[in-house]
Design a protein around this ligand. Structure first.
Ligand code: ATP
Ligand code: MG
Ligand code: MG
Ligand code: MG
Length: 565
């Protein structure tokens, strides 16, 4: 691709709303542009990276015998009503009505559609097992789309669905899929971890999430180096007596981000108390008000509630505490501050938690009331623990050794669904014995657009993106330093032609730009290998470097093939 006429609109300044590196870099390097909140156009370079990830996925899915197809994005409401998810899925499911008044959903996921298809097409065990997949656009009206394509409202997902006659069959399919996911994320160059997960509203039994390890990840992983146990904190069976401690480090914002209430028992009690669903109680924020340490339970989204809390506490002498101040107040080591502390600590609750409404993020500030509650009086039976005895971290629920907390981005998710959807949508087939039995299902998702962003999140430096080989939109970034210099131009043109003839993906900077601009852009765009045709072209040499190491070497043209291989 010649850059002169390419649509690669790189930016010097990035809009302030881009809070994470991958989002910033996708805008800056001209990979994507926002159309509306959580809705993005992928520009040519972004699309090329997406296609590369899709190719990896296709190869690994085909290798385990999964078959690609394409289902519609428009789903009749009846299907979702049949499974019960028309109500259950809530406002995240985008809905619309056609000219005849019939209701539809924009596909957020495809269990209903695929199950109804298989129910019609497969009647006998002889046709099973079958696994199908698609690469398709999904729609989810996320409460708060953010971080660019990491959490958007329209995104590309690979979703696969397996149909088996026996539970053992499902176990085997699931294991193959798990291995294929491992291969896919390895090829994408991601550092990741498969962790036990919570099935949530989709239903089912075993489920694992594939987490790209990243400080900005919205999920927290509990992992044990001794026995290998790893789980999403939402699922982790952390023992009640220690569950209040959340490992934290660094400054207060970091601390606030990390405060979870992982104790299921406590969360249940709190949900009863606040009359809200469990997922609304996720974080706790510590403040000092009038010389007391105050813990504020907040729901849902941290940033919004943080604002609300500040607003509510305005006029009092509330001040956010430094981590060591909280530690001092609790009499524990910094780094082990839990949402519920010792008795006597006041809990400030966001009253609008009561009778929760959907779209909490949009609730206006007047809705916010706060009240001081006496922990022992108002939360009877909630165990309070002496944080003074906390050690370096909790006991692993499996082996008792210390566990660690890490952040991750959920790039993939595999589920054993069982018969939830086949029961609801009557997908049954004749067994070998001649009886009718529900088909046993699994489903397997990969956020393809999110994976591209996760790759960038893990592979960049202060100069720009550093594409791993298989995801890179182009393998070589060819720079002609001066297009006005005949030797340089002719050498570069000849190289461009010969590399392309060999099947090499080349991005050719043939613009009349200053060398500095070209070098900066090459670093920003991040292709694995850079070939610079400059003054040495007259002596039959070019300069080569890899984006990761940024070490430049002069290579005689006749040795270029050897260098590249
Ligand atoms: P999350 O917990 O991040 O909301 P999820 O558990 O709701 O994700 P799944 O239903 O498991 O998502 O969907 C399969 C995959 O689709 C996820 O593992 C993730 O990689 C991707 N995905 C889900 N929601 C989004 C989104 N809003 N934007 C981009 N990718 C997404
Ligand atoms: Mg979700
Ligand atoms: Mg999830
Ligand atoms: Mg998931």
């Amino acid at each position: 691709m010649r850059m002169k006429h390419a649509l690669i609109p790189t930016l010097r300044e990035v809009p302030g709303e881009a809070k994470v590196d991958s989002h910033r870099l996708m805008l800056k390097a001209g990979l994507a542009r926002q159309l509306a909140a959580g809705v993005y156009t992928l520009l040519p370079l972004g699309l090329k990276a997406l296609r590369n990830v899709q190719s990896i996925i296709r190869e690994e899915m085909d290798a385990i015998g999964a078959q690609e197809m394409l289902m519609p994005a428009l789903h009749p409401a009846e299907l979702w009503q049949q499974s019960g998810r028309w109500e259950q899925y809530g406002p995240e499911l985008m809905r619309l009505t056609d000219r005849n008044g019939s209701s539809f959903a924009l596909g957020a996921t495809h269990e209903e559609v695929v199950t109804s298809l298989i129910a019609n097409e497969i009647k006998s065990y002889r046709k099973l097992p079958v696994t199908v997949y698609q690469l398709q656009t999904k729609f989810r009206d996320e409460r708060r789309p953010r971080f660019g394509v990491l959490r958007s409202r329209e995104f590309v997902m690979k979703d696969a669905y397996s149909f088996d006659t026996t539970w053992e069959g499902l176990d085997e399919t699931y294991a193959r899929m798990y291995d294929a996911y491992t291969a896919i994320f390895n090829r994408c160059g991601l550092t990741f971890r498969a962790v036990e997960a919570d099935p949530g509203t989709i239903g089912g039994t075993d489920t694992h999430e594939f987490m790209a390890l990243c400080a900005i990840g919205e999920d927290t992983i509990v992992s044990c180096t001794s026995c290998g146990y790893a789980a999403n904190i939402e699922k982790a069976e952390v023992s009640p007596s220690k569950s209040i401690a959340v490992s934290t480090s660094g400054a207060v914002p970091k601390l606030l981000e990390k405060m979870h209430t992982p104790d299921v028992r406590t969360i249940e009690q709190l949900t009863r108390f606040f009359d809200c669903s469990a997922d609304r109680i996720v974080k706790a924020v510590a403040y000092r008000v009038d010389d007391r340490v105050v813990l504020a339970l907040v729901r849902g989204d941290y940033a919004i509630n943080e604002l609300k809390l500040k607003h509510a506490l305005k006029g009092s002498d509330a001040a956010m505490l430094e981590e060591d101040e909280i530690a001092e107040a609790f009499g524990c080591k910094p780094g082990f501050i839990g949402p519920f502390g010792v008795p006597g600590v006041t809990v400030v609750a966001d009253r609008s938690i009561r009778g929760i409404r959907d779209g909490a993020a949009g609730a206006n500030e007047q809705d916010f009331h706060w009240t001081g509650l006496d922990a022992e009086r108002d939360l009877p039976g909630v165990p309070f623990f002496d944080l003074r005895n906390m050690t370096e971290s909790d006991p692993c629920p499996k082996c008792g050794e210390p566990v660690r907390f890490t952040e991750g981005i959920e790039v993939g998710h595999v589920f054993k669904l069982g018969t939830k959807y086949s029961d609801a949508l009557n997908a049954a087939c004749l067994t070998e014995q001649g009886s009718l039995a529900p088909i046993i299902m699994g489903c397997y998702g990969i956020g393809v657009t999110r994976t591209v962003a996760a790759i960038i999140e893990q592979h960049h430096d202060e100069h720009g993106i550093i594409w791993p080989l298989e995801a890179a939109p182009y393998f070589i970034h060819l720079i002609c330093v001066s297009m006005n210099d005949e030797v340089q131009r002719e050498t570069a043109e000849a190289l461009y032609a010969s590399l392309r003839a060999k099947g090499c993906e080349v991005l050719y900077d043939d613009r009349d730009e200053r060398p500095g601009v070209k070098f900066k852009d090459a670093d920003l765009l991040g292709m694995p290998v850079r070939i610079t045709v400059g003054k040495k072209a007259a002596e039959g040499a070019v300069e080569c470097s890899t984006r990761a190491e940024r070490v430049h070497t002069d290579v005689p043209l006749q040795e270029l093939d050897a260098y590249l291989s």
